[in-house]
Design a binder for this molecule. Structure first.
Ligand code: IPT
Length: 987
């Protein structure tokens, strides 16, 4: 078949051996990973005619690491050093979410089809008879393989393995493997996942020996009977063999079902694996067996007879330097981070991961939805016309993908659901794959979100459902499906949110609201936050002569004509895997051991599904105004899974008389497990015991004239009543502050608020001092603040006084004008416009303090917190530095706010400014202005301006999930209102 025909073929490949389980054992496997010769050509017309010939001279070619994606490898020089931005050796990554970067004309793809030609010369001494296979774990998107000049076959299915029989052509001594990989092929229509388009041999390649009579394939069928706690195992093999589980004294023939009394079951909480081997004369393979049974009963998702709650994430494979090529340390790191943040489930969105990741899920304990490498989302743009999912010509390709996933991964106890893919509409090919999976593996459940009627699946799945709608599903009062039979079936199914809470930029907010529903309704089996990691690409940008700054690139940064910008940056961890505040929040909301401190006692809820709380310690402490008062350890009898216990409060609670006293209970792991160390905090709870101290009585001193302005103690004001310095620290006048640099949620065109805020003009406030009055002991300044081009705003009155307790500011403000979302509008538009929300309500001032100042505050911390993201923060005395308080969102946006702050202190060692508020405020300190934060598109765009901005707010608009989901929920929306505020500055 000519290349062109093959590229435009509905067929998934040819010449491949039947898919089979991943296995390791006595048979030899030789890695072919390493440095290969490589040449990239831009179009099919440029391919190298005889490059597969063993004698072909590739001396002038480039070289590349296998595995790697060529676009990612090409961002570095031959020695692995990052090239400057704009330079690349092998094409560049391109990002689109839904839209295909080629015309929708299936099965055709453009002539402009970057093609990588790879050559590897290697020496082997094949021994022992049998067959030799060349195994590719993943090649994107279509490739043909030649060994010693002879074609072995071709394949598609980028995130799936392909094996070719090389036996007839493998020689003792030198061999040459040649592979031609095309970026685009008919199969690209099936791989429209929301991720970077990158290509090449991006997973390992090996030469695998298959001895005659060897165990080519095996299928471990397991069950756990929760009534008598026995396990059953039956191992099907492709050749007769003996199965041994030494620890259980089991020795059985392949195919024989063995029931074993008293086994320990596998769960994500107790990932108990039994070592076993399957052996015959030809070979021995080592396996790990986990006993567990997955069922749906009474609309609940059960494992081993008990309901489970999925506290999950969607995980793409990503590394900022290597793309979708991950090393084992990175995979392990992902799981450690997940488990240390209370996550217990992964959906492998949207393709089967490197198999080693699944081994780690088995070993460390995570529930897995293994998802097929299938997405045809781009057809949505043409009303799903010609969608492959319902076109019989693609049927074999669909089945091929599902088969290759299930056959490869069928022995992982961690996998409880097979997912048919993502966002591929619905149609006969998906029904066929579901039917095939049910027949091949009756012991697991089938998932696919796009099957809205749940006609082919065993769990109902949705994405980005609002809490209101979710509540209806929980209560079983959801709308009927179009078909009565499907409706009856669907009503019996548990519901999961395979995606919710879009973690783009600052956020997600509103996680608690979902958690409450998951808690309340047994039918709701939990959900998976979208998504685990920001797919940023590490780049260097020249910021100054001889200085380059690293940053993370996103869509459009490689000059793509078509791209979806920053939508690729929507993870709970930053590209370098630093946890973002969203992950801290999620960990707190989903804590498996929830403590609630009431007036009369402490409630411990064990939200695990299987284990009791014996493995946790519960420490309490009482602090008053941030200072330790007393502490101890709670005596908590082991609380069984899914139950709760009530305990008395520590006796010391009664004695707490000092103002602003709080009790905190922290839950830690008592012992280490493979992914989580001992002493790791899994949750915390707090309760205020005594009110904050009454405001101090201050004796005011007279205001003095000073030059053309005024002096109030150590504070100087200009003639317009504007603050100029305090205690030797230069300052700028206090201003009303309504703006925040829009978050990615704010910027969503359909549900976000930023466009209204901009239309209203909150980003361009102008201030006009109306009057300055000198009273005996107060300097009174009234100001009108309104946006350029607008006639609404705030009138404020700042009363400044000097006292024995420092500089006092009494600030009052009142809104005026029509706060409507449509400003400058005609009457009709105005009538339709809803009352405006505002991003922030507060004040800001600039201080001449250095950017390495130390910050202390009493309030929530240590991390940032917004109205609907406060779960991960605790009240107390916190210390940090300016730089550490900036959250490095890949696209700069509002960040770094500390909530419920009653005082904050900024010090450079020599000078200190202490600001005390009469009520808890949001406090943000930045070395750059909100204007700069708003304008920056990447982190190197944020430049220290000299001095610090201090923002204090009485409220901010919630964070929500509007980038792909609901906006901030009602209680977290902020509108304009009159406010007053008293601040006391001490220097
Ligand atoms: C949903 C996709 O499944 C996921 O891959 C990702 O693109 C996410 O959106 C947004 O980041 S689909 C969307 C129509 C809700």
């Amino acid at each position: 078949m000519a290349i062109v025909e093959r590229l435009h073929s509905f067929s998934p490949g040819a010449g491949r051996v039947a898919p089979r389980a991943t296995a390791s054992g006595s048979a030899e496997t030789i890695t072919l990973n390493g440095r290969w010769r490589f040449r990239l050509v831009p179009t099919l017309a440029d391919v190298t005619e005889r490059f597969m010939d063993p004698e072909f001279d590739d001396g002038a070619w480039d070289s590349i690491d296998v595995p790697s994606a060529w676009q990612m490898a090409g961002l570095r020089d031959e020695d692995g050093r990052l090239l400057e931005r704009g330079q690349a050796r092998f094409g560049t990554p391109a990002y689109t979410n839904v839209i295909y970067p080629f015309a929708i004309d299936p099965p055709f793809v453009p002539d402009e089809n970057p093609t990588g030609e790879y050559r590897l010369a290697f020496d082997v001494e094949p021994q022992g008879g049998g067959r030799w296979l060349v195994r590719f774990e993943g090649v994107d998107s279509m490739f043909t393989v030649w060994l010693n000049g002879v074609e072995l076959g071709w394949s598609t299915g980028s995130r799936l393995p392909s094996e070719f029989d090389a036996s007839a052509h493998l020689r003792a001594g030198r061999n040459v493997l040649a592979v031609r990989v095309h970026q685009w092929s008919a199969a690209s229509y099936l791989e429209d996942q929301d991720m970077w388009w990158i290509s090449g041999i991006f997973r390992s390649v090996s030469l695998v020996h298959r001895p005659d009579g060897g165990i080519d394939d095996h299928f471990v069928h397991v069950a756990f009977d929760h009534h008598d706690r026995s396990g059953t195992v039956r191992v099907e093999t492709s050749a007769a063999a003996v199965v041994r589980i030494p620890e259980l004294g089991v020795e059985a023939a392949s195919g024989e079902a063995v029931r074993i009394a008293g086994v320990e079951p596998w769960t994500a909480e107790t990932p108990r694996l039994y070592r076993a081997e399957i052996t015959n004369e030809a070979e021995t393979i080592q396996i790990q067996i986990g006993f567990r049974t997955v069922t749906v009963e009474d609309g609940r998702l059960l494992v081993n007879g008990r309901p489970i709650r999925l506290r999950g994430v969607n995980r793409h494979e990503w590394h900022p330097d290597t793309g979708r090529t991950l090393d084992i340390a990175t995979m392990r790191r992902d799981i450690e981070l997940m488990k240390r943040h209370n996550i217990n489930a992964v959906r492998t969105s949207h393709y089967p991961p490197d198999t080693r990741f699944l081994d780690l899920c088995d070993e460390l304990g995570l529930w897995v939805i293994d998802e097929c490498d299938l997405e045809t989302h781009g057809f949505g743009r043409v009303n799903w016309k010609r969608n492959p999912s319902d076109d019989p010509r693609w049927r074999e390709a669909f089945l091929d993908r599902m088969r290759r996933m299930v056959e490869r991964d069928k022995n992982h106890p961690s996998i409880i659901l097979w997912s048919l893919g993502n966002e591929a509409g619905f149609g006969q090919n998906l029904s066929a794959t579901a039917a095939w999976a049910h027949a091949r593996d009756p012991d697991r459940l089938v998932h696919y979100e796009g099957d809205h009627n749940a006609s082919a699946v065993d769990v109902h799945s949705q994405m980005y459902t609002s809490p209101d709608e979710l509540r209806r599903y929980g209560a079983g009062i959801e709308d009927v499906t179009t078909d009565a039979t499907h409706d009856r079936h669907r009503r019996k199914l548990p519901l999961i949110l395979c995606e919710y809470a879009h973690a783009m930029g600052n956020g997600p907010g509103g996680l608690r609201e979902y958690e409450e529903l998951f808690d309340r309704y047994p039918r709701l089996a939990g959900g998976f936050v979208w998504e685990w990691i920001d797919h940023g690409i590490r780049q260097l940008r020249d910021t100054e002569p001889h200085r380059s700054t690293e940053f993370f690139a996103y869509g459009g940064d490689f000059g793509e004509q078509l791209h979806d910008g920053v939508f690729i940056i929507d993870g709970l961890v930053f590209p370098d895997r630093t946890p973002s505040p969203g992950l801290i929040e999620y960990a707190a909301v989903i804590t498996p051991v929830r403590v609630t401190i009431g007036e009369d006692g402490i409630r411990v809820e064990n939200r695990h599904d299987f284990i009791d709380t014996a493995g946790y310690t519960f420490e309490w402490s009482i602090e008053a105004a941030g200072c330790a008062v007393s502490s101890g350890v709670l005596d908590v009898p082991p609380v069984p899974a899914r139950s709760e216990a009530d305990l008395p409060l520590p006796a010391e609670v009664d004695g707490a008389a000092t103002p602003d006293a709080w009790i905190t209970v922290r839950v830690h792991t008592a012992t280490a497990s493979p992914a989580v160390p001992a002493g790791h905090q899994v949750g915390a709870a707090q309760r205020r015991l005594t009110p904050a101290a009454a405001p101090v009585r201050a004796t005011r001193r007279p205001v003095e004239q000073h030059g053309t302005g005024w002096r109030l103690g150590s504070a100087l004001f200009d003639r317009a009543g504007g603050l100029r310095s305090m205690g030797g620290i230069s300052a700028r006048p206090v201003e009303i502050d309504l703006w925040r640099a829009p978050t990615d949620n704010d910027l969503n065109r359909a549900r976000g608020q930023a466009s209204c805020w901009r239309e209203a003009g909150f980003d361009r406030l102008r201030h006009r001092v109306e009057s300055v009055e000198m009273l005996d002991d107060e300097l009174l300044v009234t100001t009108v603040t309104a946006p350029a081009g607008g006639d609404l705003g705030f009138r404020s009155r700042a009363g400044w006084a000097w006292s024995d307790k420092g500089l006092i500011l009494d600030f009052r403000a009142e809104p005026f004008g029509q706060f409507r979302t449509a400003l400058n509008a005609d009457a009709a538009r105005l009538a339709r416009a809803t009352p405006s929300t505002i991003p922030r309500l507060g004040v800001r001032l600039w201080l001449d303090l250095p950017s390495d100042s130390e910050i202390r505050w009493l309030g929530l911390g240590p991390g940032e917190a917004y109205p609907d993201t406060t779960s991960g923060a605790v009240h107390g005395l916190h210390t940090s530095r300016v730089a550490a308080m900036q959250t490095p969102y890949v696209r700069p946006q509002e960040n770094g706010r500390r909530a419920d702050v009653t005082w904050i202190e900024i010090t450079d060692g020599a000078r200190a400014l202490h600001v005390q508020a009469d009520r808890p405020l949001g406090a943000t300190v930045r070395p750059w202005s909100a204007e700069q934060l708003t304008a920056a598109t990447h982190t190197p765009g944020l430049l220290e301006e000299g001095g610090l901005w201090l923002h204090l707010d009485l409220g901010q608009y919630g964070i929500g999930s509007a980038a792909c989901g609901p906006d901030a929920f009602e209680p977290y929306r902020l509108g304009p209102r009159a406010f007053d505020l008293r601040l006391r500055f001490r220097m």
